[in-house]
Structure formats: C-alpha cells, structure tokens
Design a protein around this ligand. Structure first.
Ligand code: XCC
Length: 653
C-alpha cells in the first residue's frame, strides 16, 4: 500500500458518485487504486515540464525549470530543443497509436472484402460509396466489391505512402491545404511521418525548435486527417454509421443477477464480436443454467463508446473508473484490447476473482490470461470469454456492491447525422448551423474531449466547462472519456437545453437536438474535423478552418494520444486549451512558439488553464475574436437583444 489511504478525501478525487463509492469500498477492502498511487508518487518536477533529455547516454540531462536558459545538455542542446523534441515524441506516439488502430481496421476491411473474414460484413454500403466518390474513385455502374477494393488500396496510402499527399487531403478546405503546402507540412503516409519525427528528435539531428515544430504538425496531421479519419470511416462502413440512440450509462447498469462482462479498450471489432457471443442462445442458456437471468455486456472507455454509439450498449464509465468497476465485485470478466489499459487492473481483478483477459497480440499484460482475437474466427475468442464469465458467476464468492447511479442520454451523433438532422433527409446540409452561427443564436462551436486523470478531480472540469460553454450559447461536440463524464452527469439528453443560453436553447428546440452532441471514441475526433471542413465549405464563416468561431479543449487529459489530437487541431487552425498540466517548460521560446507564434503564422494555437471556468473564458474569448474578424459580432448582440426583448414581452404579457 503506497500511503495511508485515509489522507485523501474521496470528494477531492471524483465527482462520479459511483466511483466515489467504489474508492471507499476499495479502502475497506484494502485494495490500492491508481488514485492512491497518484497521491503517493508526486510527478517528477523536471519531467512534468518536459525539461529532461534522455535521448542518449551522455545524460540524462536535467534542465533547470526555474531558469531554463541557465544550462544546456552535454551535447549543447538548448531547453527549446529538448522540450520540442519531447513534445514531438509524444505526438509521434499518439499518432502511432491512432494510425496503428486505423490500419488494423483497414486490414479487417480488406479481409472482409476478399472473403477471408466472414464474421463481419459491410454494414454501411452508402458510406462506402460516398467515401469512395469523395476520393475520386469511380462508383457508378461498378459492383460494391470492386469499389471497396479500390477504396482499400487508396486508403492504404494513408499509412504507407512514401511521397506525396495522403488521400484525405481532398477533404481539407482549399485555403487550409494551400497554407499547409506553403509551410511544407502536408502529410505523407503516417509511417513515414512517424519515422521522420523519431529520427529528427534523436541525438544530434534536428536542433531548431521551429523546424521540429513543422514535423510535429505534419505528423499530427497524418493522425487527424489520416489514421484516425480512416479508422472512423472504415469502422462506420463495417459496423454501421452511428445515429442518435438513447443509452444508459454509469455503474448502475451492472446487474447483480446477470453475468456482467466489461469490454474496455479501443478497437470496435472485439466488442462487435462480443455482442454476438453474448446474444448466442446456447451461451444465454448456459448462463441461465448457472443461475443468471442473462448476460449483461457493458462497455468502458472508447471501445464502449463505439458500441454505445452503434448498438446502444450500456456504458459503465470512463478511464478513471476502470479499476473502480472491478471493486463492485460484480464483474464476471473484464476483457481488453489496446490502449488506456492500466497494468494495475490485473491486481484489482485478481483480488475480486474476476477473470482479466487480454485479446490483442500487441497488448499483453504480465500474468493476465491471453485469448487472442483472430479476425477470421473472432467467436473462438469471444465465446470463450463468455464461458469464463459464466463460470465465475457460478462461483462468485466476494460480496457484491453495485452503485445505483444510472443516467439516460442520447448519443451516436455523426457528421452524416448532423447533416441530416439540420437539413432533413432530402437536403441534408450544414447551412442551418452556419446560419445560426452567423445570426448569433449559436455563438460558436467547441470540441470538449479527452481523458480523465487521477491527478485532477474526475469529471469535474469536463462537466463544469461544458455547462459554462452551453450557458454561453456555444454548441458542444464531444468524444472520449469527456463524453462519458457528461453522460454520467445526466447532460447528454435534450433536457440539457434547459441549461443552455437562450440562443442555443432556441436552436436546440427548433431542430430537436441536444446542446451537447456525443460523437464517439477518440479516433472519432476526426468527425469534428470533417464537420468543421463542411462548415467552411457551406460558406459564410470564412474560407479556412482558422477562420471558424470554434475552439477545443481536453481539460483532464493524460495520454500522448491527447497531445497528438490537440496538435492536429492546432495545425488545422483551431484554438486548443489543455487543462491541469502541460508538457512544457515555462518561459521558453518553444512555449511562445506553440502558444502565440503559430497563430500569427495562420495556424491555431495552444493555451493552458487550470480552472474549467477559465478554460471556458479563454475559449469564448477566442470564439468572440473570430466572430469579430468575420464581421458577425453585431448580429449576436442583436439576437441577444431580441431574446431580452422577448423575455420582457413575456413578462408583461
Ligand atoms: Fe483513453 Fe480512449 Fe483518453 Fe479515455 S479519452 S483515457 S485516451 S479512453 Ni480517448
């Protein structure tokens, strides 16, 4: 046990009531969670500011964060070189994670088309044809398989293309693309960009922070407009494009009298096959024979968000709750694939005698049972997981305590559905969104995304920030663990319009949409890019992404993937605020470059804030600045006057 647990107040760790209850239970049970480890081990003060260089054995060299220009590394590397290199490697790692995931989806797509994989099929042929057409692949008069094969070969370039622009550049607004071309940052295949990023940040290579930043941008763009975007599109084609669906979330979705199986990770194929296994009549019968009323399949983190968006599968919570959910004692199996899977889960699972099963060859955990998910026979893996869970249900020994908290909300928004929702099925269009931004009812658009982190109170900043944004008429798009924070807080239904400002509330009421739109997992941040590109295309809001009255935020981030996401938004032209911590040495030229200079060069820029209200203030100030530059600041004043007048009229009526 790291440190006396009593020292940490539960209410300082989370606003998620279920997680709070489970932290308390874990303390009683003597089980250590990552909250305790975070408390016991303070972050390294030099590493926290990215001021340590360990890229060769002449060091590691530790800079003085209080006076960063006091010294240089043994090779002479300056603080700016060191911090930029560290930042670049985070972007490379985050990009690698999303692109490797995307490439796995693309390979699955290839094997579905060529008939090697029979358990999955093409669920959305319309989207397949649309994406193919958008990439100039001839679709008319051709059979679906031929188009699909061409699409596969075209999209493969996203990863492998040695030279030239990747296919999705066709979706980038022209002026933004021209700007990237001028800056020399249009991405080639992700493998090339990641390789070059790693090379340039090795000892003795690129030692000019501005030049390093160019490769950081190019690598990040290979993620957002490349690996992640392909992952989203192919997942939609294979498993269905999400449309709004009402879903239950939080630990109250667990059922004491059923076999509870948690699926946690990122690639949708494991959960897709789990859905089939959990509904298999033979396995359901086996569960009943074991005394259960049924099999309760529940998602967590991004895997869970993929299945929640497509199937309405219940979701138990976000990153900070994955250990806590095991503490309920009710989990009969937890199965995982890749990313955000704490090694500590294994120990907690062992304590509660929950089978903990890894399924992906890239992500084994020492001591955990590994049942490989082979794509041509996925049921071999997922049926076995269900059987293991049934047998654990039969022999449950530990007391069970399931929190009662449960919230209902609407999820599963996609670029395509927003198009349809705003414009109708025959004239799907983003024009009504642009019109309402231009007329000022909607002040702007914000993406609030990303992780939770044991070093910040779970969910608190997500919820407070989003409340503040919608109150100020900012439409909020969400993904990842942030989406789940708002869902648990009961703010993903149309009822949330009651908390929205008058303009946004009016639009929500007219269109019948909530003010907070959940778009899915973290690779689905690409849906935000596509929506933003469409807003530029529709017109009236400037002619490049940097002109939009829009901003993004990851208030409780923790993963390198979040840094890659943040930077592809910045390189695309958006303003991005990160919360609680930032891998940056203060007072350096590199900090100024990311936080000020990039905007002057026509890109977006980074910002940092510790308090959710301050995050909201910064984002709204940026949105207002863009409205002013677009010359639409006055319309908003008129609308608000109208609303005030209307209220006065209402009051006097
Ligand atoms: Fe992981 Fe995707 Fe972060 Fe959540 S938001 S902690 S990256 S699960 Ni993606």
């Amino acid at each position: 046990m790291a440190k006396p647990l009593e020292l940490i107040k539960v209410e300082d760790l989370t606003i998620c009531e279920s997680t709070a209850q489970m932290i308390t239970k874990a303390r009683e049970d003597g089980v250590e969670l990552f909250f305790d480890r975070a408390n016991a081990m303070k972050p390294c003060p030099i590493g926290e500011q990215a001021a340590c260089c360990k890229h060769c054995s002449m060091g590691p060299c530790r800079m003085n964060v209080n006076s960063p220009y006091d010294r240089v590394g043994v090779c002479g590397a300056t603080i700016d070189t060191i911090v930029a290199r560290n930042f670049g490697r985070m972007v490379a790692a985050g990009t690698a994670a999303h692109t490797d995931h995307g490439m796995a989806m693309l390979e699955l797509f290839r094997d579905v088309i060529n008939g090697k994989v029979k358990d999955y099929s093409i669920k959305d042929p319309i989207k397949l044809l649309e994406i193919a057409a958008s990439l100039d692949i001839v679709t008319e008069g051709r059979d679906l398989k031929a188009v699909a094969l061409d699409l596969y070969h075209e999209l493969e370039k996203t990863y492998t293309q040695v030279d030239g622009e990747i296919p999705m550049m066709k979706r980038v607004p022209v002026k933004t693309l021209e700007q990237w071309r001028a800056a020399g940052i249009v991405p080639r295949g992700a493998m090339r960009e990641i390789m070059e990023m790693m090379h340039r940040t090795a000892m003795g290579v690129d030692q000019d922070y501005e030049n390093i930043t160019k490769q950081i941008s190019r690598t990040a763009l290979a993620d957002g407009w490349g690996g992640s975007m392909v992952s989203t599109d192919i997942s939609d084609i294979l498993f269905g494009t999400p449309s709004p669906i009402e879903v239950e979330v939080d630990m109250g979705v667990l059922k004491e009298d059923q076999v509870n199986i948690i699926v946690h990770g990122h690639e949708p194929n494991l959960l897709e096959s789990m859905v089939v296994s959990a509904a298999d009549p033979t396995l359901v019968e086996a569960a009943k024979k074991a005394g259960a009323k049924g099999i309760n399949l529940v998602g967590m983190c991004c895997s869970g968000l993929e299945a929640l968006s497509r199937h309405g599968l219940p979701h138990a919570g976000n990153f900070s709750s994955t250990e806590a959910v095991l503490v309920t004692g009710s989990i009969d199996a937890m199965t995982v694939d890749i990313q955000c899977i704490k090694q500590g889960l294994k120990k907690v699972a062992d304590f509660y005698e929950t089978p903990f099963i890894t399924t992906n060859y890239r992500a084994k955990i020492e001591g955990a049972l590994h049942i490989p998910l082979e794509e041509h026979e996925p049921r071999e893996c997922t049926d076995e997981i269900v059987i293991k869970a049934i047998s654990r249900f039969k022999s449950r020994k530990k007391p069970i305590q399931i929190p009662k908290n449960k919230a209902r909300g609407v999820h599963g928004f996609s670029f395509e559905y927003i198009n349809y929702m705003l414009g109708g099925s025959f004239r799907g269009s983003y024009t009504p969104l642009n019109d309402n931004i231009i007329n000022g009812r909607i002040r702007g658009v914000a993406g609030v995304v990303g992780c939770t982190n044991p070093r910040s109170k779970q969910d608190y900043s997500h919820v407070e920030l989003v409340k503040e944004l919608i109150k100020n008429d900012v439409l909020v798009l969400q993904t990842g663990c942030s989406q789940m924070a708002l869902a648990k807080a009961g703010l993903t239904g149309t009822g949330a319009a009651a908390l929205a400002g008058p303009g946004l509330a009016e639009v929500c009421e007219t269109v019948g949409m909530p003010p907070i739109l959940g778009l899915g997992s973290c690779v689905d941040n690409s849906r935000i890019l596509v929506a933003a590109a469409e807003m530029v295309k529709v017109g009236g809001l400037g002619d490049c992404l940097a002109d939009l009255p829009a901003a993004g935020c990851a208030p409780e981030w923790m993963s390198e993937k979040a840094i890659a996401i943040g930077h592809y938004f910045v390189a695309s032209g958006l303003y991005v605020v990160f919360g609680h911590t930032f891998p940056m040495t203060k007072g350096t030229k590199f900090e100024k470059h990311l936080f000020e200079d990039l905007e002057k060069l026509g890109f977006g820029k980074w910002a940092f804030a510790d308090d959710p209200r301050e995050m909201a203030r910064l984002m709204i100030a940026h949105i207002d600045k863009k409205r002013l530059q677009l010359g639409i600041d006055k319309t908003r004043e008129r609308v608000l006057l109208d609303m005030a007048d209307r209220r006065e009229l209402d009051a006097s009526a």
